[in-house]
Design a protein around this ligand. Structure first.
Ligand code: 4AD
Ligand code: MG
Length: 445
């Protein structure tokens, strides 16, 4: 055997290590096997450039004609987008590549061939893409958004898990409303009327009195007849609830929490934020303390800007957008007129017409991402509110009980995951923030 034969033989024998694209840096110079799909390709006469995706990322595979069997080269050249493939090759550093590495491909096995994938690199309309949502999130940008969503959810859970909160799941099928009766999705619970939950709050209040600090995280439902860029019919919410806190302490937890989530995405999701083309200098400013603006002051800001607004109304999306122009980071609007808010909110003893509540508004026009506040903890006051709001007393008996047995000042909040993802990713519309959006007039796929 000559020396050069030995080299070839050794090269062929080196076993391929199973690898994922997100961890590819660990394999520099090594021969790896990647199980994935063909994202895109381009061929010159002598080289096939294969964009390979494996779910964790995209890498460019370079297949040189004279380095692989001729059948392999021809097969790769005619492969359609989204064909399933297993590729082996050697990882090489390349600073021109998005992820900093390329793959010198030496073998390719086709698992299943595709030749008419509907979402091509050209532009498609939003309706077409939403009709193909089951495929759309394979696309680079959508894929990156879903990965950021996943990291945001992990960060939310870690924040509370690491700080002594107990996960306390709330039911999805409920006998009563939490956030007003106008947008309930009704269903039947055998012979009884039931509703899909709008919020787990009432249940986590029971949890807080049992465990001190709890949170629930789950899907929530609102039949909102509004077609805006921030409304979904089904969205996910994380709702912590804490015993023995007041409104100010509640806001302190929120700013610490949101700073943590944003800074974690900034440190762990660099590649994804780059793909989405997010201006991260805006996110770097998300550091506490967040400004606090009383509702009254917010109304003054609007009036100064020439907006016709009546004290007592709740802010609409357009008002929030105008308010966000004043700040470079999230901020709180607190002490809204009680009349405009939910029945369970505690009144401000200093001004009984105001509720001890706050919303957190995200900057850059995004608006409300969190709603929360201190809860009414007095039995008689709460019963009065239930009656004023014409809620069925019977369905709230258990909730009123919480004010009879060991009632304490308590509060909490709910952060909407989709609005948070939209803001962190800098997206125009919440429809791109959840795998399968439920919108007015769309429940497919
Ligand atoms: O302000 P909301 O209605 O507050 C509550 O449900 C309280 N019970 C939460 C609590 O104190 N535990 O909703 C909270 C958040 C909003 O700030 C927003 O981020 C999100 O939930 N949200 C929606 N997101 C998408 N589509 C919708 N239709 C939403 N409605 C609310
Ligand atoms: Mg709200």
């Amino acid at each position: 055997m000559t020396k050069s034969d030995q080299v070839v033989e050794e090269k062929c024998l080196e076993p391929a290590l199973p690898a994922t694209i997100q961890d590819i840096a660990k394999f520099e110079g090594k021969r790896v096997e990647i199980k994935g799909w063909l994202y895109n390709k381009r061929s010159s006469g002598r080289i096939n450039f294969l964009q390979i995706r494996d779910g964790s990322g995209i890498i460019q595979g370079v297949m040189v004609k004279k380095e692989v069997p001729i059948e392999t080269f021809k097969e790769a050249k005619k492969l359609g987008q989204e064909s399933a493939i297993i590729v082996t090759g050697t990882v090489r550093a390349d600073e021109r590549a998005d992820i900093g590495y390329e793959l010198s491909v030496d073998n390719l096995v086709v698992i299943s061939e595709t030749d008419d994938y509907p979402i091509t690199p050209k532009d498609h309309g939003t309706d077409f893409l939403l009709d193909h949502r089951h495929l759309w999130f394979r696309s680079k940008r959508q894929h990156a958004i879903m990965r950021v969503r996943s990291e945001i959810i992990n960060a939310c859970r870690d924040y509370f898990n690491d700080r002594g909160y107990i996960l306390f799941d709330s039911p999805i099928l409920t006998p009563s409303a939490c956030e007003g009766t106008s947008n309930l999705f009704g269903t039947k619970y055998f012979d009884e009327d039931a509703y899909l939950t709008q919020s787990g709050q009432l249940y986590v209040e029971a949890g807080a009195l049992a465990f001190g600090k709890v949170y629930c995280f789950g899907p929530t439902f609102r039949a909102e007849k509004s077609r805006t860029r921030r409304h979904l019919m089904e969205f996910w919410m994380i709702e912590p609830e804490i015993a023995y806190i007041n409104l100010e302490e509640n806001m302190e937890i929120q700013e610490d929490f949101v700073e943590y989530v944003v800074q974690r995405v900034l440190s762990k999701m660099k590649i994804e934020l780059k793909i989405i083309e997010r201006d991260i200098s805006k996110l770097e400013k998300v550091k506490k303390p967040f400004p606090r603006v009383q509702y009254d002051e917010a109304v003054e800001i609007l009036k100064k800007k020439g907006v016709d607004f009546t004290w007592g109304d709740d802010f609409g999306a357009e008002h929030e957008t105008i308010l966000t122009e004043e700040f470079d980071r999230p901020f709180f609007v607190h002490r809204y007129p009680a009349e405009a808010k939910a029945f369970y909110m505690k009144r401000d003893p200093e001004r009984l017409e105001l509720a001890l509540c706050s919303d957190m508004l995200a900057p850059e026009g995004y608006g409300e991402i969190i709603g929360g506040g201190q809860r009414e903890d007095d039995y008689d006051e709460l019963l009065k509110r239930v009656r004023e709001h014409e809620l069925p007393e019977d369905a709230y008996r258990w909730y009123l009980d919480l004010r009879k047995y060991g009632s304490v000042p308590h509060g909490g909040f709910g952060l909407g995951i989709e609005r948070t993802v939209a803001w962190v990713c800098g997206l125009h519309h919440v429809r791109e923030t959840i795998p399968f959006p439920r919108m007015l007039n769309r429940m497919y796929p």
